[in-house]
Design a protein around this ligand. Structure first.
Ligand code: BG6
Length: 486
């Protein structure tokens, strides 16, 4: 199945922090790929804005090097690269000073009717300042869009302050808060599976679903991001945003329409229905050193750090649909595999007519985010051959790359889809301000409770499945974590 490419309108995208890592690794390569497949029109402009003094030619050289490094070689066609570089421009802008703003505005005002978006790929402490400066200098318009990405605050108070400050100069409908997990193909497929098929929705409740496991496991450690990560930890870095979004999409009620506010209203209701976490519903871990390499404490350079590199949670949602179903969430660094999935585990049949049935694991729908995006439905069938009624579990497997042909193997990266959605003006896959605040309101108390308890995260071995105690969380209710397989 070949995916249909619907070109977007011409646009001007200004990337603040254009010489930074995110721009080089993700934003610029994503735009290039959208041009290569014919979605980004050649009348678009990509205007880099950063403090470094650079000529347009120097910036283009930097862009060309980023493409070489981060775009798959087979997509790098010299004529397309040339076209892309022809759309790229650069302005030296001092985000905290006055330099460069008038040049930027002048450039933008050459095309007042073209869609205008500002991607703030900068340190979060600059979000407010740049947003206000865009307004003061007249670079922003009532129709323009502003894009920001986590961390969106550090807690509820700072998230509120950020939202309030942005709302002085932009309407909520102009603010695009990226959670790149929402741009992942399978995450959107979760909505398609639930709401475009009649099969699952009648069973999608605590009457039929025993429990749900949401896992985002990473095999890498904190790498070079120790100083940021140590102030965040897995709860702030992953749970408050990415895992929360996965939980919402799994648990939300069907929206009445697939439009941004209808979807986001339903997600918000899930967050607001979450029971407050008790400390006994949580397990924190920190990877330790092994013979070969240092552990978390070495990586962040603080032998006393109590920041968690792993967290497992047992979560309950107090509403009619989910009362009685546990949702287990876990995420961590330096685990056995890089694997992200949502496993929806169904109850056993109400009456067992086959003697073996209790040993069976039962039906489960596994939605794999990475690697090998796809969906598996675990079923119990009869083992082939004579010899009585022996049962076996088989996966009904749909790996998107296999099922949808080669094209699907090159599914657009999250940023490609999200940037095109900004241009289209579609906020469905972006977080609304109240969602972000509600998520902090739920995570803040448990972070505070950990600090007050004076306890330390439990050590775990790199390459393991996290602290042993995380198994106690699930086993207390007769459940077991799925194995971490890459
Ligand atoms: C980021 C976190 O938001 O997501 C990182 O800050 C994490 O710590 C990353 O590694 C994981 O993203 P992905 O797409 O590789 O699963």
């Amino acid at each position: 199945m070949v995916s249909t490419v619907i070109p977007v309108q011409p646009f001007d995208l200004v990337i603040f922090g254009a010489t930074g890592d995110l721009a080089k690794r993700k934003i610029l390569p994503s735009l290039y790929r959208r041009l290569a497949v014919g979605q980004m029109p050649p009348e678009a402009r990509v205007i880099g804005a950063a403090r470094s003094k650079m000529t347009r030619a120097e910036f283009r050289k930097m862009v060309s090097e980023s493409l070489e490094e981060f775009v798959q070689p087979k997509l790098l066609k010299p004529e397309t690269v040339e076209t892309f570089l022809g759309l790229v421009d650069y302005v030296t802008v001092d985000a905290t000073g006055t330099n460069g703003w008038s040049t930027l505005c002048k450039k933008l005002n050459e095309r007042p009717d073209v869609i205008r978006a500002f991607y703030l790929s900068v340190a979060p402490f600059l979000f407010e300042e740049i947003a206000h400066r865009l307004a003061e200098t007249g670079c922003s318009t009532p129709e323009c869009r502003i894009v920001i990405e986590k961390p969106l605050g550090h807690d509820l108070q700072s998230a509120k302050k950020l939202n309030a400050s942005l709302s002085q100069v932009f309407d909520e409908g102009q603010i695009y808060r990226i959670d790149h997990y929402l741009g992942k193909e399978t995450v959107q497929n979760l909505m398609a599976i639930r709401f475009a098929n009649a099969l699952f929705e009648p069973l999608w409740n605590s009457g039929f679903i025993e429990h749900v496991q949401i896992t985002v496991a990473e095999s890498v450690g904190v790498e070079g991001r120790g100083s940021y990560y140590d102030k965040s930890g897995a709860m702030r870095d992953m749970v408050q945003n990415h895992l929360m979004q996965l939980l919402c999409l799994t648990a939300m009620e069907p929206p009445s329409r697939f439009d941004p506010d209808a979807v986001r209203d339903e997600k918000l209701k899930v967050i607001r229905a979450l029971d407050p976490l008790k400390i006994t519903d949580t397990v924190r871990g920190q990877y330790r050193a092994n013979g070969k390499e240092g552990g978390y404490l070495d990586h962040v350079g603080d032998p006393h750090s109590r920041t968690e590199s792993y967290v497992a949670l047992r979560v309950h949602i107090s509403n009619w649909r989910w009362s009685g179903t546990s949702f287990y969430l876990r995420t961590g660094k330096k685990l056995a595999a890089r694997t992200s999935e949502i496993a929806v585990v169904f109850k056993h049949p109400p009456h067992a007519i086959f003697p073996q049935v209790d040993e069976q694991k039962g039906n489960a729908l596994i939605i794999r985010l990475q690697p090998d995006e796809g969906i598996t439905f675990r079923m119990t069938i009869k083992e082939p051959g004579p010899g009585g009624m022996r049962l076996a579990e088989v996966p009904l497997d749909m790996t998107f790359a296999d099922a949808l042909g080669e094209e699907a193997g090159e599914m657009p990266e999250a940023y490609e889809r999200l940037i095109m959605d900004v241009v289209r003006g579609d906020q469905t896959l972006f977080m609304r301000g109240d969602e972000v605040e509600a998520a902090w309101a739920w995570t803040d108390p448990i972070i505070a409770a950990w600090a007050e308890s004076g306890s330390k995260p439990l050590p775990y071995d790199p390459g393991s499945a996290g602290p042993i105690d995380s198994y106690k969380l699930t086993m207390a209710e007769g459940h077991i974590w799925r194995e971490l397989l890459s």
